[in-house]
Design a protein around this ligand. Structure first.
Ligand SMILES: [Zn+2]
Length: 407
């Protein structure tokens, strides 16, 4: 429970509560008596509670805040924070109870009402009650149309449900608000959402709509890699191979570091239009432009290997392994190439020499608390200073064939 995420959300909950409190007047008439809102903050329990919260000790924080609420005439803000803390602890039912009880108060103002419903929406979301969460955030926006938290939570929920059009509309509302976020960041997100809408059209085989969506994604953000790949795929399915090639080459011009995503597509397409040497030219151009590019070397090596150029391929792979000794795909390609050459001892020895000094983690371990990595088992973590948190780190065998398709 005591992890950075919990701490962060607890602090956010606290800040939200404080912001609401600030916007609140000091005195308020309730149940026929004036309540001094400042009394809550003067209470030693309130300060103690906040201190525990900052130290990420949620249980004692709750205990103190309950006392503070009691001694200050049960102010709304403390109960909102308490509900949020129950939610952070995973006690969603209790959080919902706490927040729903606040809705029963007859003296809620519009903005207070909106904030309580927002908390409830977060409770429902945490509990997995998607429909009720959607309803709650929509209700918040009815009361407070520009509420940023409601909009961004709504967007994430729509995304989780793959309701891309709704997510898109919500992000547009977020972008229309005046905030610190630059338009570029909104366009980046909108481009990914356009791309998803295009993928849906592609699944329906509505190529015209798909191409329109992918084009719109590129117009929004010219660095959106999947849109270029998908736009090229649409043209390819429609039989326009040169058009597809042009789209994939545009991706490489825009983001050379993402070029490898288009390698297998381009290799096939060039061959199809009778221009096989174009692929080798492309890879050589990329290697010349970026001497660190091991992916272009790997792709060129595979391309040459399949055309009888195993010896040249092996040289490229030896360069590549020096650039990225951790990439298992290069080791595999080297062994495939070596065995196609019948394991000449000289070249096998060169491989052994090249990889001898590689900085592999000989016996990788990881701290389960803070993800610190170590090359051996440690009893105390040098990063988070916790005892006995190291566990053997193993990379699970890959299940899909994605890497062979895209590299
Ligand atoms: Zn650690």
């Amino acid at each position: 429970m005591e992890n950075p995420v919990v701490l962060l959300s607890a602090l956010l909950a606290l800040l939200a509560g404080l912001a609401i409190g600030k916007a609140w007047e000091r005195y308020k008439l309730r149940d026929g008596r004036w309540v001094d809102r400042r009394r809550a903050r003067d209470s030693p329990h309130y300060m103690l509670g906040l201190n525990f919260l900052v130290a990420n000790q949620i249980d004692p924080a709750i205990e103190e805040l309950v006392k503070a609420a009691h001694s200050a005439g049960d102010p709304l803000e403390i109960h909102m924070i308490l509900g949020n803390l129950y939610r952070e602890k995973g006690q969603v039912g209790r959080a919902i109870q706490e927040h729903q009880a606040l809705l029963q108060r007859s003296d809620l103002r519009k903005l207070e009402h909106a904030n309580v419903v927002l908390c409830l929406g977060l409770d429902y979301k945490r509990g997995g009650f998607v429909d009720r969460a959607l309803e709650a955030f929509t209700e918040v926006l009815r009361l407070d149309p520009e509420n940023q938290y409601a909009l961004s939570n709504l967007e994430k929920l729509y995304e989780e449900q793959h309701q891309w059009a709704e997510a898109y509309a919500t992000r547009q509302k977020l972008a229309a608000r005046r905030d610190q976020m630059t338009p570029v960041r909104h366009h980046e997100t909108l481009a990914y959402l356009e791309n998803e809408l295009g993928m849906e059209a592609l699944k329906r085989r509505d190529y015209a709509e798909a191409a329109r969506r992918f084009g719109a994604a590129i117009d929004l953000d010219s660095s959106n890699a999947p849109a270029y790949l998908n736009l090229g795929d649409v043209r390819y399915y429609q039989g326009d191979v040169e058009g597809a090639i042009a789209d994939w080459e545009r991706l490489i011009d825009q983001s050379p570091e993402r070029a490898y995503l288009a390698f297998s597509r381009l290799d096939g397409a060039y061959t199809k239009v009778g221009g096989a040497p174009r692929f080798a030219e492309l890879c050589r151009k990329l290697i010349a432009a970026n001497t660190q590019d091991w992916r272009a070397r790997l792709a060129l090596a595979r391309h040459l290997s399949s055309r009888g150029g195993a010896a040249e391929a092996l040289e490229l792979l030896f360069d590549a392994i020096e650039l990225n000794p951790h990439a298992l795909v290069i080791h595999q390609a080297i062994w495939q190439t070596l065995s196609s050459l019948h394991l000449p001892p000289g070249l096998v020895n060169r491989y052994v020499d090249l990889t001898r000094d590689s900085i592999f983690y000989l016996d990788p371990h990881i701290c389960v608390r803070c993800r610190y990595r170590s090359t051996e088992l440690l009893w105390q973590c040098p990063h988070c200073h916790e005892w006995n948190t190291f566990t053997e780190e193993r990379i699970a065998p890959a299940k899909d064939t994605e890497s062979t398709l895209t590299s």
